[in-house]
Design a protein around this ligand. Structure first.
Ligand code: ADP
Ligand code: MG
Length: 336
């Protein structure tokens, strides 16, 4: 199998590990997806890398036409990617939208629908990477329904269809999860072994593996960020405080409960009634993952996290997105 090439810490590396996920892609390719598969995972855990690898497997091993969209991609050429044989259709749709990049998700759906109509008995994959922020969190459900319609009411018969949508927004998880329009899967940070492989690829001097694991909990994005700032943990923690809007008033207000949640995030699940509101705020700030499903493989993409691992902030039902997110709260608590 061709493993995609990824730019990581300034060098080209091969897609690492995720053996189980790769097998799952093959299964989706063989069976198609029904209903829409929504894959939720913490920020930076590797969703984009996973969909990029899925694209290549679907195209090269299974002959799928693939349309991939990532409205938040940093480089324009990565926003919309597609199998070259549907280029004409993409051009046609681009000419219909006055500002295609401002409505790129609609463009992609329109392309998918035209591919089905024009090409007939094809295998089609629609990969929607972190689209909910771009379309508006309040419209997440509507978009999932539109995608389901593509599967259920196609303009013409197709051979197979695969629709995968990723999300890192905790709010959309509960919204999307309450309908039968989608099956919800969870993907986690990398397993210890996979993470070690990635860690070994980092050039230069680095802290020992154990402390890197304890800092990041296996999150590849934070591994890369730490590398880039020469392992300046303070810098990263402060950037989380800023970006997530962890204010003094917030930690002051919830001090007692936050202290508990730092020791064991499951406190937010089992704790007194008033922590429900705190949990909601932490979900909105993307600091925790709430309502983590049981560790049954069929609910997960790739290997699920351990049942509970307090060292890296993983509880049975609630987890800190990474230990660095927990550290951000801890530092603010020290100040109040
Ligand atoms: N399996 C993997 N092999 C190699 N690098 C990976 C892998 N998964 C993620 N990465 C790298 O980690 C970083 C974060 O991954 P990304 O897919 O962007 O996360 P997400 O989309 O979930 O926010 C990227 O630099 C990506 O290239
Ligand atoms: Mg991504």
């Amino acid at each position: 199998m061709k493993r995609i090439s990824i730019t990581f810490a300034g060098q080209e590396i091969e897609f690492v590990d995720r053996e189980v996920a790769i097998r799952q892609i093959r299964q989706f390719a063989e069976e198609g997806t029904y209903p829409v598969y929504v894959i939720y995972g913490p920020e930076g855990c590797g969703k984009t890398a996973f969909l990029q690898q899925a694209k290549v497997i679907l195209e090269e091993e299974f002959g799928y036409r693939v349309i991939y969209v990532n409205p938040l991609a940093e480089e324009t050429e990565k926003v919309l990617q597609f199998t070259s044989s549907i280029e004409d259709i993409v051009r046609e749709v681009f000419s219909l939208f006055p500002e295609p990049y401002s409505r790129i998700v609609d463009v992609a759906i329109n392309v998918a629908s035209r591919v089905l109509r024009k090409l007939g008995e094809v295998k089609l994959a629609v990969l929607m990477d972190d689209i909910f922020q771009a379309v508006g969190l309040d419209k997440a459900e509507r978009y999932v329904k539109i995608l389901l319609n593509l599967i259920e009411w196609p303009p013409r018969r197709y051979e197979k269809i695969v629709v995968l949508v990723t999300s890192s927004e905790g709010i959309t998880k509960s919204r999307v999860g309450r309908h039968s329009w989608a099956d919800l899967f969870t993907i986690w940070n990398m397993s210890r072994e996979g993470f070690r492989e990635l860690y070994e690829k980092l050039p230069g001097k680095k802290p020992d593996f154990e402390s890197t694991w304890k800092l990041t909990g296996g999150n590849p994005r934070y591994l890369e960020r730490l590398y880039r700032v020469k392992w300046n943990v303070d810098y990263i923690v402060n950037s989380i405080i800023q970006r997530s809007g962890i204010t003094r008033t917030f930690v002051q207000r919830w001090k007692k409960h936050l202290e508990e949640a730092i020791n064991d995030p499951d406190y937010l699940w089992y704790g007194p009634e008033e922590v429900e509101e705190l949990a909601k705020e932490l979900i909105e700030k993307n600091l925790i993952v709430f309502n983590i499903p049981p560790r049954k493989q069929y609910l997960w993409i790739d290997t699920p996290p351990p049942e509970k691992d307090l060292e890296i902030g993983v509880g049975k039902h609630v987890a800190w997105q990474t230990p660095l997110h927990r550290e951000a709260i801890r530092r603010m608590l020290d100040l109040v």
